[in-house]
Design a protein around this ligand. Structure first.
Ligand code: NDP
Length: 485
């Protein structure tokens, strides 16, 4: 195993300087708003004035509002919908008290953001991570509104979670925490009201503990959570769906340029749910995944991560709950330690054709994007939510890369959650092939919708604009029809 310090070689070449240098999502992006339609700029300024300390939320709102100028020119009657869509319908914040195994008392903060229910019950995951706060959950809930609309399913947008850190906690501590969390959340959710799922730190184990407590408190068995185990209403392919969907979307994007995954070297970040199944689908399509990461560092396996190695990673991460460094020790490849922001993540300096960021928000900044460009990367599809900063996206667009925003490319997870809800309502279980077929069809449709919408509004090839506009139009129409309440 080799342990590297992060190489800055591509930066030292120095022919790309970001327009504005800022730490990852720490400040409002006022200067970028110069490009914004004047009505959108007013909405954005109000968002910042109302909640000046929510940088991640500002970032996601800015990106959407920048796309909506042509829509407002064509449909001035949708302006009230723009003003409403940036304000959550409801924010629930609550105390989560629990005891650890030694009998020490802890209090965490729990949240549920019910962002927009115009087209269906609120739907979106729960995140357990120490960084969780209102800004991060509002950005995630906001993204979810447009993503859910894009799936074509009747799903509103929401998100929730807690600043609880599950890392290093025993199973009984996690169970106790989940039960305490649900003691409050249960009164705010329901199969026709708000249907949470997993996200960072919330996998099948946690969904099981949460569902059990909901069932006890509500005294009913309904599809109130998705991502459930197969023995109690879960759907086949739900664990795979976000990673598979991201790769299906990237495949569609590549095919517009007569390219494919066949023989392509692929950088994947993260090593959790989304990353694992993105790697699996890349292998299925003939590509060669060469990286994986966690919050401590990343591995670079130039021989490629094959099915056998992936099975080992799944056991490491899902059963033994170990660190990705152990992969390098076991298989004898390179490992690089990464320090928390704002250091550069050398993972994006590896020589790859395609990049799939699948860990967390703002994990590729402008400099890291430039590393990918200089190494000849041709396509980036976001498996995580907002993993690319605005400078990174700008760099990809300026250099002609295919770029898929998460609200389109990672929508397969929530789409399959929607399929889980349908199966629960019908009291049926579809086969693996049936769910995968529907997932693939949904991803192909989202891709087509994003392409067509971008073209219609004069932004051909811009998946960000296409996804934002297509997602917004359906929600805006529903909001207008319902009287903007
Ligand atoms: P997991 O918790 O299963 O995995 C997250 C991975 O990302 C882990 O490897 C984790 O490392 C790493 N990670 C998390 N935070 C950081 C950080 N701050 N810095 C570096 N690495 C980090 O989560 P998921 O795979 O479910 O989710 C990943 C992303 O995909 C998130 O952005 C999520 O919102 C998004 N997403 C997930 C969906 C789903 O169905 N699960 C659906 C749509 C989007 P470590 O273990 O060290 O923390």
């Amino acid at each position: 195993m080799t342990i590297y310090a992060i190489s800055l070689r591509t930066i030292q070449k120095g022919h790309w300087i970001p327009r504005e240098r800022r730490s990852r999502g720490q400040e409002p992006f006022n200067s970028r708003c110069l490009k914004m339609h004047s009505e959108m700029k007013k909405v954005y300024d109000e968002v910042i004035a109302r909640d000046p300390n929510q940088p991640e939320f500002h970032q996601s709102v800015e990106e959407v509002l920048q796309s909506l100028g042509p829509v407002i020119d064509a449909h001035p009657d949708y302006l009230p919908a723009v003003k409403s869509v940036v304000e959550p319908e409801r924010i629930i914040q609550f105390r989560v008290p629990w005891y650890d195994d030694e009998g020490n008392f802890h209090v965490n903060r729990g949240f549920r953001i019910q962002m927009n229910g115009a087209i269906g019950p609120y739907k979106g995951g729960l995140r357990f991570h120490p960084s969780v706060n209102q800004s991060i959950l509002k950005f995630l809930a906001f993204e979810q509104v447009f993503k859910n609309s894009l799936t074509g399913l009747p799903l509103g947008g929401g998100k929730g979670g807690s600043d609880f850190n599950p890392k290093g906690r025993t199973e009984s501590e996690v169970r106790r925490f989940c039960q305490s969390f649900m003691m409050e959340l249960w009164r705010h959710i329901g199969a026709n009201l708000d249907v949470p799922a997993g996200d960072i730190g919330v996998g099948r184990r946690e969904v099981g503990f949460l569902f059990g407590m909901y069932r006890k408190l509500a005294n009913e068995f309904t599809g109130v959570l998705t991502g459930k185990g197969l023995s109690y209403g879960g759907s086949l392919i739900r664990p795979e769906a976000t990673g598979y969907g991201t790769v299906y979307f990237a495949r569609e994007m590549l095919s517009t340029q007569n390219k494919s995954f066949e023989g392509a070297k692929v950088a994947v970040s993260g090593s959790g749910n989304v990353a694992q199944f993105a790697v699996e689908k890349v292998i299925d399509l003939g590509g060669k995944p060469v990286t994986l990461s966690d919050s401590s560092g990343f591995i670079h396996d130039s021989d490629g991560i094959d099915r056998e190695k992936l099975a080992w990673v799944m056991d490491l991460k899902n059963v033994r709950r170990g660190r990705i460094k152990e992969y390098a020790e076991h298989f004898g490849c390179d490992y690089t330690e990464t320090k928390p922001e704002p250091n550069l993540n050398g993972l994006w300096g590896t020589d790859v054709d395609i990049a799939l960021p699948c860990a967390t928000q703002n994990e590729i900044n402008g400099e890291e994007a430039q590393m990918l460009v200089e190494n000849g990367c041709i396509a980036v599809a976001e498996g995580a939510n907002m993993p690319c900063t605005p400078e990174a996206v700008e760099c990809f667009h300026e250099n002609g890369l295919l770029f898929a925003p998460g609200k389109a490319s990672n929508a397969g997870g929530v789409a399959t959650s929607g399929l889980e809800m349908s199966q629960n309502s019908l009291r049926l279980n579809w086969t693996r092939e049936e769910v995968d077929r529907r997932l693939e069809e949904i991803m192909v449709n989202i891709h087509r919708n994003a392409v067509d919408t971008a073209s219609k509004y004069g932004m051909e090839g811009n998946y960000v604009a296409g996804a934002n506009i297509a997602g917004f139009l359906k929600v805006a129409e529903a909001m207008e029809a319902q009287g903007h309440i």
